[in-house]
Design a protein around this ligand. Structure first.
Ligand SMILES: NC(=O)c1ccc[n+]([C@@H]2O[C@H](COP(=O)([O-])OP(=O)(O)OC[C@H]3O[C@@H](n4cnc5c(N)ncnc54)[C@H](O)[C@@H]3O)[C@@H](O)[C@H]2O)c1
Ligand SMILES: [Zn+2]
Length: 380
């Protein structure tokens, strides 16, 4: 039966990632087993849950209560939750419940909630056990499955954070049915990102299935998430630098400008949509530099657009944005990477090369090309 479809992948960094459906049905024992594996029978458990998820799925609170015999704490969902103030509130809950280092926190929600609950639980008592239950496309295929937690600070994305492996991650696609259109499409950009630099076959598959993804086909989305999550996990395992001690960040393709656009738009452009614009821009750059073919650039832009993702934003028409991107955003990215600018590019599609600088003239050319291609794709 489809609903009993369950897979478990072990990675060397060493937490299991489970793929399932209907995880809070009484028959599904994955979460119970994951808790038993990381804590003793006497250990305390707390559940933090995303307010946006609860609003969209009000019966969830009752299901969690029946399954775990615990009342979850609801915390605000979305990017605005990633603050020091909310972190303190979560820590206050942990203290009031006498949580100790053997206790287990279960975070249920989008990437923002997972980042914030993850950050609070990894600094409180130098780290509790953490089980992540991502409930958006982006958090299931990227944000929720790695080893990073962070909040925003002083106007900078993810400025305060920790590297800490979770005890387990449980990906349940049945959560995704209530996502807004933007949050459904947002995570697809991370799949195009990783396919472009790691897996040509997956890239072709994405382009071919773009229409079905746009029509919210859950089975196609499930395949996308599983593949994408495994590619991310594989990278964490094989690149031997899960805690990013070096300067290379091969999975951050398209992200240097994406982070800049997120900040400049004051949150109007979500992470997923900013990444889509960022990889569209970097792919134009890659084509101009001879890294990828014209045909693959056209395929990528068509695929992103067919999924309902943006490849352009009016912010890019503003001269101040351009100077911000070419100075502040690149500099912020360099510092974030550990001092040496290292930008991943596809070369060709499906493989990665790294570059240590951006040629400003070629970047201007890329912007002009992207603007032209975005306008012509709209007219079609
Ligand atoms: N830690 C990492 O490695 C990592 C990697 C990539 C991105 N991120 C971070 O992840 C964040 C973005 O995460 P996101 O894209 O999941 O968005 P999000 O967490 O901001 O959630 C978007 C909205 O969806 C709501 N929501 C959550 N699940 C829902 C559901 N099933 N149905 C209906 N609504 C639901 C939320 O309340 C919120 O309003 C960014 O802050 C980004 O920086 C972290
Ligand atoms: Zn990302």
């Amino acid at each position: 039966m489809r609903n009993t479809y369950t897979q478990r992948f072990n990675v060397d960094y060493t937490y299991p990632v489970y793929f399932t459906r209907d995880m809070f049905s009484q028959k599904n024992s994955i979460l119970r087993k994951a808790i038993a594996k990381c804590t003793g029978a006497e250990s305390k458990i707390m559940v933090f849950i995303d307010s946006g998820l609860v609003k969209a799925q009000p019966k969830l609170i009752g299901k969690v209560k029946r399954y775990l015999k615990i009342l979850p704490v609801i915390i605000p969902g979305g990017e605005c939750t990633k603050t020091a103030r909310n972190t303190e509130k979560i820590i206050a809950h942990l203290m009031n419940n006498n949580m100790c280092r053997h206790s287990c926190v279960i975070a249920i929600g989008g990437g923002s909630v997972l980042d914030t609950v993850g950050y609070a639980s990894t600094i409180y008592h130098r780290g509790l056990k953490l089980i992540r239950v991502p409930t958006t496309v982006l958090s299931q295929n990227d944000a929720g499955i790695g080893v990073k937690n962070a909040i925003n600070h002083a106007g900078s994305k993810n400025m305060l954070g920790t590297f800490a492996a979770p005890s387990a991650v449980i990906n349940d696609v049945s959560f995704l049915t209530t996502l807004s259109t933007d949050d459904w499409t947002g995570g697809i950009s991370e799949a195009f990102k990783i396919a472009s630099i790691k897996d040509r076959q997956f890239f072709i598959w994405l382009c071919k299935n773009a229409d079905r993804l746009a029509k919210r086909d859950l089975s196609v989305m499930e395949s996308l998430i599983n593949k994408c999550a495994i590619l991310h996990l594989d990278h964490i395992r094989k690149a031997s630098d899960p805690f990013e001690t070096g300067s290379a960040r091969p999975l951050d393709y398209g992200h240097w400008s994406a982070h800049g656009l997120e900040v400049l738009s004051k949150g109007r452009i979500s992470h997923g949509h900013a990444v889509s614009i960022g990889i569209a821009l970097d792919s134009c750059y890659a084509m101009i530099q001879g890294f990828i073919s014209k045909e693959d650039l056209a395929r990528l832009l068509k695929g992103l657009t067919a999924c309902g993702l943006p490849i352009w934003d009016r912010l890019l028409e503003n001269k101040a944005t351009l100077s911000y991107l070419t100075s502040n955003a690149l500099e912020a990215f360099r510092i974030h990477m550990g001092g040496r600018l290292t930008i991943a590019m596809p070369c060709p599609i499906g493989k990665t090369t790294e570059i240590g600088s951006i040629d400003i003239n070629a970047l201007h050319e890329s912007l002009a090309l992207l603007c032209f291609l975005a306008v012509t794709s709209k007219k079609k």
